[in-house]
Design a protein around this ligand. Sequence first.
Ligand code: XMP
Length: 509
Amino acid sequence: MTRSRSVLTQNLKRKLIAKRDAFFTKISDQGIALTYDDVRLTTGYSAILPDNINVESKFSKNVGLKIPIVSAAMDTVTEAEMAIEIAKLGGIGVIHKNFSAQEQAAQVAKVKYHLNGLIEKPICFDENASIGEILAYKKEKGFAFHSFLIIDGNHCLVGILTKNDFDFCENHALKAKEIMTKNVISGNPGVGLREAYHIMRENRKKVLPLIDRDKRIAGLYTFSDVKRILFGDSKTFNVDKDGRLRVAAAVGVYDDALERVEKLISEKVDLVIVDTAHGDSKGVIETLKLLKKRYDIDVMAGNISEPESAERLCRAGADGLKVGQGPGSICTTRIIAGIGKPQVSAIYECAKVASKFGVPVCADGGLKFSGDIPIAIGAGAHSVMMGNMLAGTKESPGEFRFHQGVQYKVYRGMGSLGAMESNKGSRERYNQGKNDLVPEGMEGMVPYKGPLREVFYQYLGGLRRGMGYVGAENIEELRMIAQFVRITEAGKAESHPHNIMITREAPNY
Ligand code: XMP
């Protein structure tokens, strides 16, 4: 995050935090809980322009976000195509678990290998291969690049061939070892994207092989890719330390989690979520502890809506919490089971506890408009997870449907009859067996919205405008200083367009 130029003093921040605490305490003391439509944020003094606002945030302790939006682990929302596009826009996608462990890991791999940050298995040739053979192989495979690593019989790096070597070589019968550059600048296997960039720049080299102590090849960076990832069009990309797009994946409990996590880690997943409808449960807590003990990876857990649940999961080692029980547009949990808590109060109460442990909170479900994003973050969330607001985009896996001449995409709850009948992952999320299902979600469709990029332009525009009105120049400030008012039904009606026949639809309403 950039350094704050905020006009807010520490003292003022403390006062604002206390004022918001008093607001929510008074509400909960009356046994009331609030949701998005019950509240608005109040405006505050602002010296910043929406374009100068920094919306970087965190998904979990060690997984960052360039924008605080996450796509839901649902089979009509997030597969590789959505995860690639959302990571390119700065967020992260969570690959759903209605895939088998194998298929889910393959989806993660598609995202992780979409960009060439670190090329893990670069193309190498033996030092005795002729230039003619190498050029023929390059043509056959359609490689557009011109730098090849050269190895000896022990697979140790001995040289490199670059475009100049090929261009100036007139005798294609020559062996690689006769024309290659032998003095190769290389790095250790741990070199990250930025360090690689500096090494290549300082040495004016177009590629940087990474080699281990035995001179065996452990990867390769190319200057053009690294520069594009760090500074080019791709500066919005949410990437890991090796320049790969970030991606998360949902897992169940016990054996399901262990089987999936093994495979997901081997494809370099950034984070896993023990994703169930009831996160404050023995299965989730035991699985969370097991995963944290066995693997060096961030583990998020959910879903919850009570502060005591947040405390239990934080103590069990969660690196992130997912808050939301029943706010989702396709959820019927609150109706069929009678449980849950309106989302804004749930976020505030869980985030208050989680912040003591330094654990980020993701507000999952229930968002309808871009204005709900600053409200969720103002209540304490670090990010929002969307299902409905993304299901109608080009990148979602939902099928297209036409209804009365209008284009829609299918969107269904993971606890809907259709999803549970056909998928074990869905049944486990809702702790159900194969027969006599009790659905906790609906199946339906949402209007087609077009490419994610255009949709996000509006969502982030709304977030930035909200932050500008509040006077928060970054996400952390919004989390601290946002102030709420409770609105009545009349206030809600006044908030929406009224007394007008709309003649032209807006792209964000
Ligand atoms: P939105 O409002 O964005 O919510 O559509 C997406 C979130 O809803 C949760 N989810 C469900 N909850 N029954 C539920 O009670 C379901 O069938 C269901 N499917 C998804 C999930 O947390 C998702 O991110």
